[in-house]
Design a protein around this ligand. Structure first.
Ligand code: HEM
Length: 213
């Protein structure tokens, strides 16, 4: 095993800030929805709007970071060892079997994680954010006295936004469970906090970006 600096400073900042904002948006959003009362409706709306602008800002920086560092390549989907990975999570893990894939700096995500995180980035987050922006601008009058968004029924916008919110909560629950399936139950969380993780020694040729695991 060797200690590897796997999660860079910005990556950890972005990960935990995004997680906190999503949890806060879920809390305030479902209060707006009428599921419970914590801050009061008016304050919940206000907090939800401020946090949503913060999330949009964070996403802009995260897109820039993924492109400029080349980290976006970590999310290129692959079917290689995908079946083995699914079977591992369904059965192997409960029998104490070894992980079917090896984690390296150049291939941090297993094939299932690549697929799930890519869908998160390209479908779930855009669906929630775009419907949220439509919600935000609905019937807003701009400087030219034009209504910004009105051609879509508000019920449709609310439907997609609420569906996105529910799926994000499901993702969060499954994600937290999955983080406990590393070498030890806390090794993945510690790595995302400190940046460092103990990884198996792998032959150099295994670290080629082409050898996606
Ligand atoms: C950039 C992202 C987001 C934007 C721009 C946004 C915007 C909005 C807006 C404008 C509303 C209507 C209430 C109001 O006028 O403030 C709303 C409602 C809501 N938001 Fe968001 N939101 C975002 C992200 C999220 C996230 C990440 C979640 C949950 C994980 C969430 C959950 C909800 C829920 C549950 C409602 C109530 C929907 C309803 O009952 O119709 N939002 N959002």
């Amino acid at each position: 095993m060797r200690k590897v600096y796997i999660y860079k400073g910005f990556e950890r900042f972005w990960h935990w800030t995004q997680a906190s904002l999503i949890m806060f948006l879920a809390l305030t959003g479902f209060e707006v929805h009428g599921a419970f009362e914590i801050f009061g409706f008016e304050k919940a709306v206000q907090f939800h709007r401020v946090a949503s602008w913060m999330l949009i800002g964070l996403i802009v920086f995260a897109i820039f970071w993924h492109i400029t560092t080349g980290e976006w390549k970590q999310y290129i989907p692959t079917t290689k060892k995908l079946k083995e990975q699914v079977f591992y999570y369904l059965f192997g893990i409960f029998k104490g079997e070894k992980h079917p894939t090896t984690k390296t700096e150049l291939s941090k995500l297993n094939p299932l994680q690549r697929m799930v995180y890519l869908s998160f980035k390209l479908i779930l987050i855009p669906m929630t954010v775009v419907s949220g922006i439509f919600y935000l601008l609905y019937k807003t009058i701009d400087q030219n006295n034009l209504v910004v968004v009105e051609e879509y029924p508000l019920e449709d916008i609310a439907f997609w936004h609420t569906l996105g919110a529910i799926l994000l909560i499901v993702f969060l629950i499954v994600h937290v469970y999955m983080t406990t399936t590393g070498d030890t139950p806390t090794s993945n969380i510690k790595a995302m906090l400190t940046g460092y993780e103990d990884l198996e020694d792998t032959p150099i040729e295994n670290e080629s970006p082409k050898n996606i695991q």
